[in-house]
Design a protein around this ligand. Structure first.
Ligand SMILES: Cc1ncc(COP(=O)(O)O)c(C=O)c1O
Length: 422
């Protein structure tokens, strides 16, 4: 359904919903209600909705804990010792990786630090970190503090990619130019898979090729990409990637994050890393050996035994992803976002403009709308049951999520948005 001729009236939304092969997945999620009515929930880029199956998955583990106590590690329905591996195959599939390259652990910023401890090894010649200007603040704090840990100064060691004057997104040719010009002094390139403010997709394959040609480590923050767009991390080849699971992945608030380490580093025993018993060779974990021997692959970066109650709802959500298929979800996502853009652009005015790229290849589900009337519009819409969010100084972010949003949601959102502006 990619060549659909969108029309402005509500009948178009009804027709699109009627033809939507994924429409039934909405029933598998709880949609929040305001004043008895289902919200128009366009905030999956911040916190995804709860899969109805999450509760049963958590209850199963609570039950085994009650029934078995510590023995649940070995004799539960899903023994906790290898529980995190129940998420490995689906996770690998979602990010286009081999199972050995991924692990579900910690949270995003923690994983970013763990990865940088291993992969950011500045030298006198090669000490810079390249990020996008306006990267998510946690990433900025993380890279600046890593630079500081090596007694370097961000004023000299942090490079930022800047959009051209009057533009909001960074052009691929400008990224290329910076890497060509500065590559020999760059130790690490860290870009978002999808920028959190603009919704722009970065070409990870291209950036990785350009960075590796210059000898840089290349990494990505996939917070806004995982579960949003199809990824092929193994083939694209970045050295590492990190993501959270509470946005498009619907794992629940503060859910455990994910980490990818490319297979080429699976046996890099000489890489310095922080050690912890869960990263230690599992065959010898309980021999209480004082020497740390990391496991091969991403699992060798684990520190602690994983939080089973937090993994359980993510497992429920990953099962739904596996069933629906990322390619199908992406096809619907392109249609939903294209439809929203069509309705919004029809009425674009001095009150608002969309800063997300127009090219569907360069964006995921999110549209970022610059609003001259500011936050009160967002707050008013929330009170009226339209859940989206606001990012300072002037960005209203909306994302129609293919697993649980409908074309009717999009239509009703645009009507209420235009009314709120009038
Ligand atoms: C792009 C990006 N990076 C990092 C983070 C921080 O994630 P966490 O709190 O899981 O460390 C977020 C959170 O929203 C984010 O959007």
């Amino acid at each position: 359904m990619t060549d659909f001729n969108f029309q402005p009236g509500e009948a178009c939304a009804a027709e699109l919903d009627a033809r939507d092969p994924l429409a039934h997945y909405r029933q598998r999620f709880y949609v929040p209600r305001i004043q008895g009515e289902e919200c128009i929930y366009l905030c999956g880029h911040s916190l995804g909705l709860q899969p109805k199956s999450a509760k049963a998955h958590i209850e199963q583990e609570l039950e085994d804990w009650a029934r078995l106590g510590v023995e649940g590690h070995f004799h539960g329905k899903n023994p906790w010792m290898p529980y995190h591996r129940l998420l490995t195959a689906h996770t690998a599939e979602l990010v286009g990786a081999k199972p050995v390259e991924v692990v579900v652990m910690n949270s995003l910023t923690v994983n970013l630090h763990l990865m940088m401890a291993s992969f950011y090894r500045p030298t006198t010649q090669r000490h810079k970190i390249l990020i996008e200007r306006g990267a998510f603040p946690s990433d900025q704090y993380a890279v600046k503090s890593q630079i500081g840990f090596h007694n370097l100064d961000p004023a000299n060691s942090l490079l930022e990619l800047t959009p051209r004057d009057g533009e909001f997104c960074v052009r691929q040719e400008d990224i290329q130019e910076v890497i060509d010009a500065e590559g020999e002094s760059i130790a690490l390139i860290l870009l978002g898979g999808v920028n959190y403010a603009t919704g722009q997709i970065f070409d990870i394959a291209e950036v990785t090729r350009a960075g590796h040609r210059k000898g840089c480590i290349v990494a990505c923050d996939l917070a806004h990409a995982a579960g949003n767009i199809p990824l092929r991390l193994h083939d694209w080849g970045p050295d590492f990637a990190v993501w959270c699971s509470y946005k498009y992945l619907n794992g629940g608030p503060g859910c455990v994050g994910g980490c990818f380490v490319h297979e080429r580093h699976s046996h890099s025993w000489s890489l310095p890393r922080y050690g912890g018993w869960w990263g230690h060779d599992e065959k010898m974990r309980f021999q209480m050996d004082p020497e740390f021997r990391p496991m091969a692959g991403a699992e060798g970066w684990q520190l602690s035994n994983p939080p089973i109650m937090a993994l359980a709802p993510l497992r429920a959500s990953l099962e739904i992803f596996a069933e629906a298929g990322m390619e199908h979800l992406r096809a619907k996502s392109r249609m939903l976002t294209g439809y929203m853009e069509f309705l919004l652009r029809d009425k674009e005015s001095t009150d608002y403009s969309i800063i997300t790229p127009r090219d569907p290849e360069q964006r995921g589900a999110q549209l970022s709308i610059r609003l001259s009337k500011g936050r009160p519009v967002c707050d008013r819409l929330i009170a009226e049951g339209v859940i989206a969010d606001w990012r300072e100084p002037d960005i209203y972010r909306v994302a129609a999520v293919p697993l649980y949003d409908s074309y009717k949601d999009v239509y009703r959102f645009v009507q209420r948005f235009l009314l709120a502006l009038s």
